[in-house]
Design a protein around this ligand. Structure first.
Ligand SMILES: *[C@@H]1O[C@H](CO)[C@@H](O)[C@H](O)[C@H]1NC(C)=O
Ligand SMILES: *[C@@H]1O[C@H](CO)[C@@H](O)[C@H](O)[C@H]1NC(C)=O
Length: 325
């Protein structure tokens, strides 16, 4: 225990040149999360979906809580016949033409034998979801790992894109056709972000958000999930952003570096008691405006997976359109 926490404190003390990041806004009630996806239903109820179990669902009357665990999206196991189908990862929930689509991933740690599947519901309540099964798979011969899905609308009507990927080949994207009973990744599969593995900064957890003429691609970069032993300082999970005028890219960072060549402007990294923030998404809140939400570890509590907490901060879109917290 001492080694873990005291070395974390030493690491954090060493990051003296890091930008100042705000502490997460408050969270009350059940604040466990990993790879959160947040959606507000039209009646004002907030839903937060998380990795683990069968995509656990927590609800609250506001972003800061109090959050209550109400159940899960999938019951029993996913209909996808693959190892890991009873411990689902990385939900991404979208509202499209009156229906909620919860994308999720089936895999096991360190494996490229993965699948992206989804379930649909008109209310998001536990027990209301229909598991629709897989839409994309990968194996050791694939250029990517079919996990960490997210959907984004293109600029045209009924134009959708699926983005996914982790570690192997980092982040890929394809156009997707969506109807009530299918999501079909129909277009060319293209790599849109990549970092050389020699740098140890693997990318995953992509989330795309449109703001004022640009598509912003938020990524989780670095070592995730197990921090015993700790990775080298600065190589633990952190959040970077790239942008493009086109949803299909090319994406660049604030300095103009291509995000297929290791680019990515850091907007959130370990600071104060916050360690390894990531698994992020962006949500437009009626009270706070655009919000970046994520999971993080609190060095005063512990660095186990089960210690992951829900955090969020309001996004400031700077004069040049680059976001900061
Ligand atoms: C995306 O497009 C669908 C279908 O037109 C629409 O229902 C949904 O509200 C859009 N979502 C966003 C975030 O604009
Ligand atoms: C970390 O945990 C301590 C002890 O519970 C708490 O006082 C502090 O506010 C937490 N900090 C963050 C950033 O969550």
């Amino acid at each position: 225990m001492w080694s873990l926490l005291s070395s974390a404190a030493v690491l954090l003390a060493g990051v003296s040149t890091a930008a100042a990041y705000p502490n997460p806004e408050g969270c009350t009630g059940d604040c466990f999360t990993h790879d959160p996806s947040v959606v507000r239903r039209t009646d004002g109820t907030y839903f937060r979906f998380s990795t683990l179990d069968l995509i656990s669902i927590r609800t609250a009357p506001s972003l800061s809580g109090p959050w209550t665990d109400v159940g899960s999206v999938i019951q029993g196991e996913s209909i996808i016949d693959l190892d890991g189908n009873d411990v689902l990862w990385a939900p991404d929930v979208s509202y499209i033409r009156g229906l909620y689509y919860c994308l999720y991933a089936v895999s096991t740690s360190g494996s490229q034998n993965s699948a992206i599947g989804y379930a649909t519901s008109s209310t998001m309540e536990p027990g209301s979801w229909t598991d629709q099964g897989e839409i994309l798979t990968s194996s050791s011969s694939s250029p990517y790992n079919a996990i960490d899905p997210s959907l984004v609308n293109g600029t045209g009507a009924d134009e959708f894109y699926l983005t996914w990927g982790s570690y192997w080949g980092d982040i890929y994207q394809a156009a997707a056709a969506i109807d009530t009973t299918y999501i079909y990744p129909s277009g060319n599969q293209a790599q849109i972000a990549y970092n050389s593995p020699d740098d140890g900064n693997y990318e995953e957890g992509s989330f795309t958000y449109y703001h004022d003429g640009y598509f912003y691609l938020f990524l989780s970069v670095g070592a995730c999930c197990t921090y015993d032993p700790l990775p080298a300082a600065g190589t633990e999970y952190h959040v970077v952003v790239c942008r493009s005028e086109s949803v299909t890219g090319p994406y660049v960072d604030e300095s103009g570096t291509a995000c297929t060549a290791g680019g990515g402007t850091t907007i959130l990294a370990s600071h104060d008691e916050v360690y390894a923030p990531g698994g992020q998404g962006v949500f437009n809140d009626p009270v706070y405006g655009d919000v970046l939400y994520y999971h993080y570890l609190n060095t005063s509590i512990g660095l186990d997976y089960d210690d992951s907490k829900f955090g969020w901060n309001v996004i400031n879109w700077g004069a040049n359109g680059w976001p900061s917290l």
